[in-house]
Design a protein around this ligand. Structure first.
Ligand SMILES: *Cc1c(COP(=O)(O)O)cnc(C)c1O
Length: 382
């Protein structure tokens, strides 16, 4: 499939709504990630939570990325897709015992630990299995990612990770625990970040922290700088691939690596968002006095981002070449937040037209629900 030109005849045969994934674009994105990250010897993991579609996981695994998981289910999905266990990382504030045990049984590379009681629990469970769990501490670097408050994670008052102030005490605790081994530091400041200065600030914070840890004689082989690189939701056809060049370069320019240190990235959105579109059919065009509504058969159950984060998706009427008109594009769910766009200009819509909600490959299909007893959307690859 060529970017932005859809196989309309095939679409017409399929039950809407559905996700259409562009394999060629995903492959090109993966090639760009590998080309840009290899320049600096960086390791890239994929954040499985963005999209765990088995075909997508397999393509990403074949491109030799590792997997960053946030649940036992994701660890299982990553193993099933073929990711080697030594390239699997398990993060999350609330890991249940069965999830930790599953990860220990599979000898995953590392747990990203977010609190002292979690560290103690992983130590206990590992000792019951006579294992040593490799751990990285997730540290809250107090960097403002200047993004939506729901997707900002790096500020101090936050459920995620350890504050920098708490580290001396965590270091004391680590010395007492014999079934965990500290191998890394982990950071993640937020999502959909397009201003590279936020990553620059992160690098500076990491450098300070490494100075502090060196004084305490603590060395970590791995630095995991998280994910968060944003994509261009406004212009999916003009900018189909995220700016991996600038992104990796910022870390090369500002992050002070110690000798033999390995730098990891865990990208989600920027890997998969551009390659997916949600295809939906116009059911009715309802004319009001000052507005008109395009009522479509996809809803917030298929793509929740606009309802949850006021997120913007570029929307195209792919079956109309009529003159442009303005619409509120709304779904059928009984919630007024079930609105994809307000006062949105697109080619004139009529019943039966197909719309493509672009850049929906991340946090789209994976967040679908069966609210209102709707079917989950299917997915196809073109
Ligand atoms: C969600 C998440 C990511 C991926 O974020 P993107 O913005 O999709 O790149 C990476 N690391 C952690 C810890 C996350 O929670």
């Amino acid at each position: 499939m060529i970017k932005g030109s859809f196989p309309i005849e095939k679409f017409r045969e399929l039950q809407t709504p559905f996700y259409a994934y562009d394999k060629e674009l995903l492959q090109k994105t993966l090639d760009a990630i590998n080309a840009e990250s290899k320049k600096y010897g960086y390791h890239v993991h994929y954040a499985v939570k963005a999209n765990a579609n088995p075909t997508i996981l397999q393509m990403i695994c074949s491109a030799n990325l590792g997997a960053d998981c946030v649940s036992g289910g994701e660890v299982r999905a990553a193993i099933k897709a073929g990711f080697p266990s030594d390239k699997i990382v398990f993060a999350g504030v609330g890991k249940a015992d069965w999830e930790i045990e599953l990860a220990l049984d599979n000898d995953i590379f590392c747990f990203n630990v977010e609190s002292e009681p979690e560290l103690e629990n992983i130590n206990d469970l590992a000792s019951q299995k006579n294992k040593i769990a490799r751990v990285a501490l997730r540290i809250n670097p107090n960097v403002d990612a200047h993004t939506h408050s729901y997707i900002t994670t790096g500020l101090n008052e936050n459920k995620f990770g350890f504050s920098i102030e708490s580290l001396p005490q965590v270091v004391v605790l680590l010395k007492k625990l014999s079934n965990v081994k500290l191998v890394g530091l982990h950071f993640h400041i937020g999502s959909q970040i397009t201003d590279m200065s936020a990553f620059q600030d992160l690098c500076i914070k990491i450098n300070e922290l490494q100075d502090f840890l060196r004084e305490k004689n603590i060395r970590c082989q791995h630095i995991n700088v998280g994910g968060g690189l944003g994509i261009n939701y406004q212009h999916p056809n003009h900018v189909p691939i995220a700016d991996f060049d600038s992104y990796f370069k910022v870390f090369n320019d500002y992050l002070k690596k110690e000798k033999d240190q390995i730098v990891h990235f865990e990208l989600g959105r920027s890997v998969v968002a551009p390659c997916g579109s949600l295809i939906t059919k116009v059911l009715y065009v309802k004319k009001g006095t000052s507005k008109q509504f395009a009522i479509v058969d996809a809803g917030m159950t298929d793509l929740i981002r606009p309802a949850l984060y006021q997120a913007y998706h570029h929307i195209e009427n792919v079956t109309s070449c009529g003159l442009e008109e303005k619409y509120d594009i709304v779904g059928p769910i009984c919630e007024s937040s079930d609105t994809f766009a307000k006062d949105y200009t697109m080619n004139a819509a009529k019943r039966g037209d197909l719309l493509a909600l672009r850049s929906a490959g991340a946090y789209g299909e994976i967040m679908a629900s069966r609210y209102n007893l709707r079917e989950l959307p299917k997915s196809y690859f073109f």
